[in-house]
Design a protein around this ligand. Structure first.
Ligand code: SF4
Length: 576
């Protein structure tokens, strides 16, 4: 089965800019209420998230009770000059997030209306963008939606034609042709935005290439409906869906190749969930490979795969430190990491912390089951550490308490940083440090060996791999993190800079591993472990949403770097 995600799927420049503007204002509103003039985007889940951050949609400025203390964001569609005047007079501070491409059409209409042209707008009269555009015609504009509407128009002397930015290009050309039959001197502007045009061209290509098409986005979103329309016209089974839930119980096995596209206001994480669900629905459990893949993805989803990864990294750390392999130390690290991952996810799930994650459904549905297994794992880790010695037990108890406290609210809601996890970038550092301690330090305590340079190498190796994996997941979750107000490293410094930092860490890891044996710190195993950073370097390219893989698949791919470490150790033991 092949899944292909359209390059153009998801937020367009105008929508992304509007969302960023609103979130930016939310950061520095200083007690002022924030409103958007109509829903910012056609997506109920995103609207709920914005609401949770104090951003409310209003249909009229009259709904704002305290205008002097409010910001009103004009969304990407723009508004009519009359409405803008009314808002200004109310005393509300306007934040203009009108898409520059819509602004360009407004300017054309304004200019030609002043020159006494009759402006014809080809578009949907109920759409807010068209409503705003018409406002610039001083009441003299004409809105037409179909070729039949164009046919009914009389010949006109001074006429200017523009299109709604999300119109169908070919249909607009037909409308223009029809008008020019009676008014050949009409001034025509091709105002369909290039992003819309590319999206439409791509869906046609995709529909021709694939066996079925999924178009993701609101049913009230004009541009999404148009994409579904275009795919249908290519005579391919087309499914217009709003969320992944609509795929459940659909038999997708007849389709060997599935294409996915999405409207300009569909968030990335919804697209990710759709890919995830389609991937799962297309697996054929009767076939061995399908069953294995399903099992692997399930282990990633329920956090068993990282627990296995923790065991592998502990084995590698012990081997690097020349500590005899201890099954209890391996089990402690594995149980502990599993428990911390699950407890922290459960802690966050109550506050939309899992929105956007492929784990959302499973964690909400089986919360009790997850809680029981996490508490059981933590108890097992503590019991094993007690057998290893009182010091190990106290140390692990302290670590576990710090891990649970990390996501707990310490300060009241009015503070920006209410819990340790709210501190920018703290998640990546604390997660990597916890793994480093569990894999490199705890086994050392158990073996009662003195710490040395090899301990630092083992810690750095685990810390580096876990940090990279955690930051790469954050890159993929940037859009939902922004909406939720999570200040992860990519949200603060951007995707490109984060990737540069990750590349630097990989290079440092490679250097450390290559020099530590000649320096006499570690056995020759460190040479072989360079496979792990090299593998993760390759993954940097894969972890782009455009690669068309699901979130679970990508996380599994990243966590495989831990498994590789374990495999390398076994090969090394086998070879020497
Ligand atoms: S579709 Fe084009 S014109 Fe409309 S908001 Fe997006 S970038 Fe702007």
């Amino acid at each position: 089965m092949e899944i292909k995600l359209a390059e153009t799927a998801g937020f367009c420049m105008g929508v992304r800019r509007a969302v960023d503007t609103v979130l930016d204002i939310a950061q520095r509103a200083k007690g002022r209420r924030i409103y958007t003039y109509g829903p910012l985007i056609h997506n109920p889940q995103t609207i709920d998230l914005l609401k949770s951050r104090g951003i409310t949609a209003v249909e009229s400025v009259d709904e704002i009770t305290d205008p002097k203390n409010a910001f009103l964001v004009v969304r990407a569609h723009g508004i009519a000059p009359d409405e803008r005047k009314k808002i200004r007079e109310s005393g509300v501070k306007i934040i203009d997030a009108t898409c520059p491409k819509v602004g360009y059409v407004q300017a054309i209409i304004k200019k030609h209306t002043a020159l006494n042209y009759t402006v014809i707008i080809a578009g949907d009269r109920r759409h807010p963008e068209v409503d705003g555009l018409w406002g610039y015609t001083n009441g003299r504009g004409i809105i037409i939606a179909t070729v039949e509407d164009a046919e009914k128009l009389p010949p006109m002397e001074r006429v200017c034609i523009v299109a709604q930015t999300t119109q169908n290009t070919k249909y607009y050309d037909r409308i223009v042709k029809k008008i020019q039959e009676k008014s050949p001197q009409a001034v025509v502007f091709h105002t369909i935005c290039s992003s819309t045009q590319r999206r439409q061209e791509e869906i046609i290509r995709l529909a021709r290439e694939m066996d079925a098409i999924f178009v993701v986005g609101g049913r009230n979103s004009a541009n999404t409906c148009r994409l579904a329309d275009l795919a249908q016209k290519e005579n391919k089974p087309t499914f217009h869906i709003e969320t992944a839930r609509e795929i459940k119980n659909r038999d997708l096995t007849p389709y060997a190749k599935i294409g996915i596209s999405a409207g300009a206001s569909t968030p990335n994480w919804i697209i990710g969930q759709v890919i995830d669900t389609i991937e799962e629905a297309c697996m054929v459990p009767r076939k061995k490979a399908g069953l294995l893949l399903k099992l692997w993805l399930w282990s990633v989803r329920v956090d068993l795969y990282p627990a296995l990864g923790a065991a592998c990294l502990t084995i590698a750390s012990m081997a690097l430190q020349k500590i005899p392999l201890s099954t209890s130390s391996i089990a402690i690290a594995s149980f502990f990491i599993y428990a911390m991952h699950v407890l922290n996810r459960l802690n966050r799930s109550g506050e939309s912390g899992l929105i956007g994650s492929f784990r959302e459904v499973s964690y909400r549905k089986y919360a009790r089951c997850y809680f029981a297994t996490a508490v059981g794992s933590l108890a097992a880790a503590l019991a094993l550490s007690l057998i290893n010695g009182l010091f190990s037990f106290v140390f692990l108890s302290f670590l576990a308490a710090a891990g649970v406290l990390y996501n707990m609210k310490i300060l009241p809601d009015r503070y920006r940083f209410r819990r340790l996890s709210d501190l920018p970038g703290s998640k990546n550092i604390s997660t990597a440090a916890a793994w480093g301690i569990a894999a490199a330090v705890l086994p050392l305590l158990h073996s009662q060996t003195a710490a040395g340079a090899s301990t630092a190498v083992a810690f750095a190796f685990t810390f580096g791999l876990v940090f990279i994996r955690s930051a790469m997941s954050d890159i993929m979750d940037m859009q939902s993190d922004k909406l939720l107000g999570r200040e992860t490293i990519p949200v603060i410094i951007g995707k490109e800079k984060t990737q540069i930092i990750l590349r630097v860490i990989i290079v440092i890891l490679l250097i450390v591993l290559l020099i530590s044996h000649p320096a006499g710190w570690t056995p020759a195993l460190s040479y072989f472990l360079v496979f792990c950073p090299l593998y993760i370097w390759i993954c940097l390219r894969l972890c782009d949403r455009r690669a068309g893989f699901s979130g679970a698949f990508l996380e599994g791919i990243l966590e495989t770097s831990y498994i590789i470490a374990g495999l390398v150790v076994f090969c090394w033991y086998f070879l020497i």
